[in-house]
Design a protein around this ligand. Structure first.
Ligand code: B12
Ligand code: SF4
Ligand code: SF4
Length: 378
């Protein structure tokens, strides 16, 4: 069979892709060259050497691959980059011990983003080009692609901000053999002399404009398996998944948030902006994974969400200044006897934080638990 002759790329063709993108729930589109993303490669390698990636893998696993679009699609000519808003109406703050979920995780925003990208992939393929979609995939550094495609500027908080709409957007791209015309210029810096995100980060994780030290970033510490660093537990507040602080203090993001269109093509599922902590801590593995399994949970092991919940619960009670309810005390006391030592250790910290050292166990011989006990008297 003769290979088909691809559709010619002209202004009308590019416009037809843009129109389709908007119809499919994508809010912004642009085109980046499919050449090596040198700046991102240098940054990934330098940050790995400096240890700023902590134990993260993701795009750090293979910087050569994640910064070279032709490794994913041979003969690639361009990247169609896209952004989709994740602004939703904020549900009322519930009363009692609830933990906060970062906005991008209130519902699955990646599914509609990928679905929109797939429609464009289908069109490009039907028109005779090869095309593969990527979103939050280790093969492509999404922010650098978005920046190169002219979607927005890199904020000092490391997010890509769309002019007139801020940073509450998820990003994705299509690597294609179609030679689409690339963005002429990156979007000009919109931060100016502002540094609210740097000053407002609860753990000082933004160590230079656009540079995040993952070992201090709450968003990563909540995902990372193991003991949650003691020095950052209070700063965690009542967060359980993700952190929005460097975006909710960001003037261009909060100013324009309300003016942006509501996302379309969303699944008809309840918004999960708040997690009932006692309920989560009392639930079995199946229930936890059924409710929150779409989040990134290391090894799909609910233990890490429970660890986060123990810290969030203690912070909630301490910050409320009120005596903990019986249910809270019962739950925390139960965790002091949990079969998993790492959870017993966090329960030790939690009961001490709410002033109930009387509950502390005396016979635990596990090293992690003993370390926590020792830290209480240091
Ligand atoms: C690893 C990762 C993380 C890590 C590390 C984040 C980080 N900043 O390094 C953790 C788990 C902490 C994280 C957290 C979050 N993430 Co994340 N994360 C990723 C992932 C998987 C890879 C990012 C990566 O490769 N970083 C590599 C480093 C080198 O890139 P960089 O930090 O952007 O560095 C650039 C700048 O420094 C810039 N630069 C160079 N010189 C200069 C100079 C100046 C002055 C400036 C300002 C910038 C600048 O160039 C560098 C290279 O591109 C991507 C998905 C993907 N496949 O790309 C999502 C992604 C970046 N995350 C995303 C989101 C939504 C978040 C959170 C907001 C979620 C949350 N609410 O908790 C937070 C934001 C934290 C923050 N301030 O960055 C979105 C970003 C959307 C956007 N509009 O920018 C992405 C793109 C996922 C997606 N597909 O939508 N994330
Ligand atoms: S996500 Fe939170 S902890 Fe991480 S850099 Fe932003 S404000 Fe700091
Ligand atoms: S808070 Fe200020 S410095 Fe930080 S990203 Fe927003 S505008 Fe830029």
């Amino acid at each position: 069979m003769q290979p088909r002759t691809p559709e010619p790329i002209d202004a009308a063709y590019v416009q037809s892709l843009r129109d389709l993108a908007l119809r499919c729930g994508l809010d912004r589109v642009g085109v980046a060259p499919a050449t090596v993303m040198e700046r991102a490669r240098t940054a990934l390698e330098a940050r790995k050497v400096a240890g700023l990636h902590d134990t993260m893998e993701f795009t750090y696993r293979n910087p050569v691959r994640s910064t070279d679009p032709t490794r994913s699609v041979s003969g690639a000519q361009s990247m169609l980059v896209a952004a989709r808003s994740y602004v939703l109406d904020e549900p009322a703050v519930p009363e009692g011990p609830y933990a906060a979920v970062a906005r991008y995780a209130w519902v699955d925003h990646y599914a509609p983003l990928r679905a929109g990208l797939q429609q464009l992939v289908r069109k490009l393929r039907a028109d005779g080009y090869r095309a593969v979609a990527f979103a939050d995939d280790n093969s492509v550094v999404d922010r650098e692609a978005a920046w190169l495609g002219g979607l927005g500027w890199f904020g000092k908080n490391a997010n890509v901000l769309m002019p007139g709409a801020g940073s509450f957007f998820v990003l994705g791209s299509i690597i294609t053999t179609a030679p689409l015309p690339v963005a002429a210029e990156p979007v000009a810096d919109g931060c100016g002399s502002c540094r609210r995100c740097i000053d407002g980060c609860p753990t000082g994780a933004i160590v230079a404009p656009g540079v995040v030290d993952a070992g201090r970033c709450l968003a990563w510490l909540l995902q990372r398996p193991g003991v949650f660093p003691r020095q950052h537990r209070r700063a965690l507040g009542n967060r359980i998944y993700g952190c929005d602080e460097c975006q909710t203090v960001c003037p261009p993001t909060v100013r324009f948030e309300r003016r942006h269109v509501e996302p379309t093509h969303l699944p008809a599922v309840p918004v999960q902006a708040w997690v009932p902590l006692v309920e989560l801590l009392e639930a079995g593995d199946d229930v936890v994974l059924a409710s929150y399994g779409r989040w990134y949970i290391a090894d799909r092991n609910p233990i890490w969400l429970r660890r986060n919940a123990l810290i969030a619960l203690a912070n909630f009670v301490r910050e409320s200044g009120e005596a903990p309810s019986e249910a809270v005390v019962r739950t925390l006391a139960g965790y002091l006897a949990h079969p998993e030592a790492v959870l017993r250790a966090h329960a030790v910290w939690a009961v001490a934080e709410i002033g109930r050292t009387d509950l502390l166990p005396s016979g635990d011989t596990d090293r992690t638990v003993l370390d926590e006990m020792a830290a209480l008297i240091r």
